[in-house]
Ligand binder design. Structure first.
Ligand code: FVH
Length: 290
């Protein structure tokens, strides 16, 4: 079966599910859709999609079934209603959730005779089907190989391995690093604004450094953590720590949150006290739990 004639079923027509179904429909796939609340499939129906009254009916229509719902509670509920209609299908779950939820759903799929691929979407709905979309996949390598060309129509795709949880590991880590970085960025914009500097101009300078200096630094830190050797990446900790009291006092004087900076100082002081003052910021990794 060539890729553009692979019939595809999409369960869930929210912002993302609708974008997925629309992308496949535009590529020429016979597309069947279903949504809990009727009516969301009307536009897709007018564009040529088949709109099913039940999820089970929609699943029976295609060899490739894509699920994209709000959360895993919804996935569990919908799949419970689908039951054995999933047998013989390739089930691709693009709902966000934890690695554990992905592995549990893979077990459900296996018990019901389906191949399972878990996936995470790093894109906004309008970007789907463009080079701005990045999707992570894991689970059945055989099913991924069979449908890779079709799935690549949604965007850049990477298969992370046969452990169904790996796509979620990548997705959750990418989401987490975004929040970790951006909350610090917002607090720092508060500092910049409190000092009367232009926050937008400062943000542009940070964006430049993200594209410039931070790129090799992040790679170096990744290698240092992998190898367990922590060269002085941003200078030795003993030098970095010397700034921390002043940095914290300055933020506090402006009413800016000091939670994270006090955590950094505590880790630096602990690592230096243990004799690692000549190592770099990556050395703090040794103190982080897990
Ligand atoms: N939207 C985005 O930008 C992000 C980008 C990154 C990936 N996410 C994930 O995509 C999943 C779906 O997100 P969404 O944006 O499409 O969400 P909604 O527009 O709110 O649509 C939710 C659909 O889920 C259906 N639904 C909810 N609960 C149930 C249930 N118990 N049983 C059956 N279906 C359910 C809902 O149906 P309805 O409310 O229209 O009846 C929508 O079809 C999500 O994992 C994001 O993390 C999107």
């Amino acid at each position: 079966m060539t890729t553009t004639t692979t019939p595809i079923t999409v369960l869930g027509l929210g912002q993302m599910g609708s974008a997925i179904a629309g992308t496949f429909l535009e590529s020429g796939h016979p597309t069947t859709v279903w949504n809990r609340t009727a009516g969301k499939g009307e536009t897709l129906g007018e564009a040529g999609a088949s709109v099913s009254a039940t999820a089970a009916e929609a699943v029976r229509a295609s060899p490739l079934v894509v699920v994209c719902l709000l959360d895993y509670e919804a996935v569990d509920e919908v799949l419970a209603g689908v039951g054995d209609a999933i047998a013989g299908k390739a089930l691709v779950n693009l709902t966000s959730g934890s690695p554990g939820r992905a592995r549990t759903t893979e077990r459900w799929a296996a018990e019901h005779g389906a191949d399972y691929i878990d996936g995470g979407i790093m894109a906004d709905p309008p970007d789907l089907g463009t080079s701005n979309a990045f999707l992570s996949y894991s689970g059945s390598r055989e099913a991924f190989d069979a449908h890779e060309a079709t799935l690549r129509e949604l965007g850049n795709s990477t298969f992370y391995g046969s452990d169904a949880g790996l796509a979620s590991v990548e997705f959750m880590a990418q989401v987490a690093i975004g929040y970790e970085m951006l909350i610090g960025f917002l607090h720092t914009l508060r500092l910049v604004q409190a000092e009367g500097a232009d926050v937008a101009e400062f943000a542009e300078r940070v964006a430049e450094s993200m594209a410039g200096g931070y790129r090799p630094l992040l790679s170096a830190i990744g290698k240092a953590v992998r190898d367990g050797e922590f060269p002085p990446d941003m200078g030795p900790l003993s030098v970095q720590a010397a700034l921390m009291d002043d940095l914290i006092d300055h933020r506090r004087s402006l009413g800016v949150d000091v939670t994270r900076m006090r955590e950094v100082k505590k880790l630096m002081d602990e690592r230096i006290a243990a004799g690692h003052g000549d190592e770099g910021f990556s050395s703090l990794f040794a103190l982080l739990g897990g």
